[in-house]
Design a protein. Structure first.
Length: 102
């Protein structure tokens, strides 16, 4: 629940900044193995549902979800994959699920 509370707090801050006409950069919520695939972890999959609701209600804030391949098991592999996908995607899709090799 701590992750959902933190995500909700970040979303609320983004809403406040958007309402104040402050520049709000895109927000990325990154999960690991929560979407389709052979290895699944439901621990943080609720973030995607929260993000979908948020995007419907707050159109002025860019909230994006990225689910990294569940088969990545080391911190180095996760960081490398995250760097790769954030560079490639550049915020074009609201939800992106990646699997397999880069």
């Amino acid at each position: 629940m701590e992750v959902l509370e933190s995500a909700l707090y970040l979303a609320q801050v983004a809403i406040q900044r958007a309402a104040a006409k402050s520049s709000t950069p895109p927000i990325w919520w990154v999960t690991h193995g929560t979407q389709e695939g052979t290895i699944r972890s439901y621990m943080h999959s609720g973030l995607w549902g929260l993000a979908r609701t948020f995007r419907m209600e707050e159109r002025g804030v860019e909230l994006r979800c990225l689910d990294l391949d569940g088969s990545l098991t080391t911190s180095d592999a996760l960081v490398s994959s995250l760097k790769h996908w954030l560079t490639v995607l550049k915020g074009t899709e609201a939800e992106t699920e990646v699997g397999g090799s880069q």
